[in-house]
Design a binder for this molecule. Structure first.
Ligand code: GDP
Length: 140
């Protein structure tokens, strides 16, 4: 295993319910370190660009609308095997299918308002981290 970095987003349903600390406690207790973090309100253009890979999917418009419905927290997590570990801690996309103890099982409201985003590959992590952060923003 290698030390990796991955992009995490705490989605609008999480900020609305004041859950950022509770969710980040799950990451930190599992050994992931938050080495960059910013709270922002995504613009329509930013949300569309971030989810460009999903443009053809039926839920794209709804997803973008949800992601601009309130503030998000974007952050870089670092740790051993961070990309897969983050995905494991998040749980399945649909909270109904998520394992007990995962963030989505504990906190998600629906398949759309599912509290967290996490990069799903090394390539996605590098691209998504670069989408939000300059190298100088990241302090490991
Ligand atoms: P993830 O990698 O687990 O986040 O899942 P995907 O990459 O497949 O989807 C991206 C995001 O789109 C999910 O986290 C959800 O917020 C949303 N999403 C996925 N599937 C659906 C769906 O069937 N309906 C709606 N409304 N949103 C969805």
């Amino acid at each position: 295993m290698a030390t990796e970095r991955t992009l995490s987003i705490l989605k609008p349903d999480a900020t609305r319910r004041n859950l950022t600390g509770k969710i980040n406690a799950v990451f930190e207790e599992a050994g992931l370190r938050i080495i960059a973090q910013r709270r922002l309100h995504l613009s329509q253009a930013q949300a569309e660009a971030f989810y460009a890979a999903h443009r053809e999917r039926g839920f794209f418009k709804d997803l973008v609308g949800f992601m601009v419905s309130g503030p998000v927290v974007v952050q870089v997590l670092e740790g051993e095997d961070a990309i897969a570990l983050n995905r494991k801690l998040m749980g399945a996309t649909n909270p109904a299918n998520a394992d007990p103890g995962t963030i989505r099982k504990l906190f998600a409201e629906s398949i759309e308002a599912n509290s967290v985003h996490g990069s799903d590959s090394a390539e996605a992590a590098a691209q998504e981290i670069g989408f939000f952060f300059a190298g100088t923003d990241i302090v490991g």
